[in-house]
Write a protein that binds this ligand. Structure first.
Ligand SMILES: Cc1cc2nc3c(=O)[nH]c(=O)nc-3n(C[C@H](O)[C@H](O)[C@H](O)COP(=O)(O)O)c2cc1C
Length: 173
């Protein structure tokens, strides 16, 4: 059983969280920048995949992360990831960008779902203050939203709870 952690970042915050999650999930492999991955078929070698994505392209209909994830979304959708557990975490700013909080998570979630992956790591929206997010499904976010700009004091407890949840939801952790 192997679990991979992948991220993309513009100012380093998503990478930092990937490293901190790796510290909490010792059984997962060391985080990799998705822009260093030449062949997405390496996803198939994992039983679980954890992906980190920031939101930058505020209000855009598509390609909302402004990172290397944007150019491979459709390729991800074309993979066969049946049987894989996939969890997403997102970086955003719930104060300045409260109408678009962590929007980019939704996009990654949609394409992994299209690939047949079993999506895990959903988080209740009740512990967050924001106006709108495309990443909300019903009462839950489709992954773990994190805000290092306005709520960094909450990050430690958020990632610790999420790591515990993933240990229940992803075999091999
Ligand atoms: C120009 C700009 C646009 C942003 N747009 C959004 C946004 O639409 N939604 C959001 O939640 N955060 C937005 N953010 C906040 C970033 O997502 C946040 O700073 C994040 O931690 C950056 O992660 P990174 O360092 O991994 O790139 C924006 C930040 C900037 C500077």
């Amino acid at each position: 059983m192997t679990v991979g952690i992948y991220f993309a970042t513009t100012t380093g915050k998503t990478e930092d969280i990937a490293e901190r999650l790796h510290g909490l999930l010792g059984a997962a492999e060391a985080p990799k920048d998705i822009s260093d991955v030449d062949d997405l078929s390496e996803f198939s070698g994992h039983d679980g995949i954890i992906c980190g994505i920031p939101t930058w392209n505020t209000g855009a209909d598509s390609e909302r992360s402004g990172t290397a994830w944007d150019s491979i979304l459709e390729d991800i959708g074309d993979l066969d990831l049946n049987g894989k557990k996939v969890a997403i975490f997102g970086l955003g700013d719930s104060s300045t960008y409260t109408e678009n909080y962590c929007d980019a998570m939704e996009e990654l979630h949609r394409y992994f779902q299209q690939a047949g992956a079993s999506m895990v790591g959903y988080v209740s929206k009740s512990d967050y203050t924001f106006d709108e997010s495309k990443s909300v499904v019903g009462e839950q976010f489709c992954g773990l939203p994190l805000d290092e700009d306005s709520e960094s004091d909450m990050t430690d407890s958020r990632i610790a709870s999420w790591a515990d949840k993933l240990k229940q939801e992803i075999p091999g952790l």
